[in-house]
Design a protein. Structure first.
Length: 255
């Protein structure tokens, strides 16, 4: 009996814009997709992190360019994404949007500052709107593309530890459902990914904030021990943006 055939991913025809690429799942996804031949525009507001992942991409001879972008600025986002569209041969055909923030963990709503609420909503939800809006017009024009947004089990499958984070991710999931109907008619495939507890500066910061607010070291240690690798999510991302996933629809839940 012959051995099982392994699916080979060829992403050489993919021009992928990855936000939040300096750390965590965004960084791992940049490296994983580059290994399969993808052309990349890596985006973040973290210049040091971008420099580090750029070095890793250079080490594997990836075709990429890095951009500093504050996704909360609609003008800056539109301008820079326009530059990325022009830099790519045949434009952006995949968006992987990981840029986000998490604050307000285990803080009661009556004690949550308006500044924290607005900052997280602005980065996670308004930032998603700004980036998706700028990319969608190019994909609509070509009637082709894949958009992968980042929601979360928090705010979609159940409650989370942070009111603004859960609310922003619930909003991102709702936006995904809208886009699936709106953009699929224009040849664009839309998904959101709902990662679980994955090791990243964002998640580790959330656990540290929860520890500070509760003093519960037992829960902190247990949750830290359960953190998964961003490399596992990156492998899923590489498949989602590939042509092998043409029949895939809807939301994808990871561990």
């Amino acid at each position: 009996m012959g051995g099982l055939l392994k699916m080979k991913l060829d992403l050489s025809n993919k021009n992928i814009l990855i936000t939040g690429a300096a750390t965590g799942m965004g960084r791992a996804s940049a490296i994983e997709t580059a290994k399969h031949g993808a052309n990349l525009a890596i985006v973040d507001i973290n210049s040091d992190g971008l420099n580090e992942v750029s070095q890793e991409l250079e080490n594997i001879n990836a075709n990429f360019k890095s951009y500093l972008i504050d996704v909360t600025s609609i003008d800056e986002t539109e301008k820079k994404i326009g530059e990325i569209e022009s830099w790519f041969d045949r434009g952006i055909n995949c968006l992987v949007h990981f840029a986000g923030a998490l604050e307000g963990s285990v803080v009661d709503i009556d004690e949550l500052s308006p500044e924290t609420w607005h900052r997280i909503i602005n980065i996670n939800l308004n930032g998603t709107y700004n980036v998706t809006r700028a990319v969608a017009k190019f994909m609509k024009r070509r009637r082709n593309g894949v958009i992968l947004l980042t929601s979360s089990g928090a705010g979609v499958l159940g409650p989370g530890s942070s009111a603004p984070y859960s609310s922003s991710k619930g909003g991102t999931h709702g936006l995904t459902l809208h886009l699936q109907q709106y953009l699929s008619e224009n040849g664009v495939r839309i998904h959101d990914i709902l990662p679980g507890s994955i090791k990243s500066p964002l998640k580790e910061g959330q656990l540290s904030e929860a520890l500070k607010n509760t003093g519960d070291t037992e829960v902190f240690n247990a949750n830290t021990k359960e953190l998964g690798s961003p490399d596992g999510v990156a492998k899923i991302v590489a498949f989602i943006v590939s042509d092998n996933a043409d029949y895939l629809r809807g939301s994808i839940v990871t561990r």
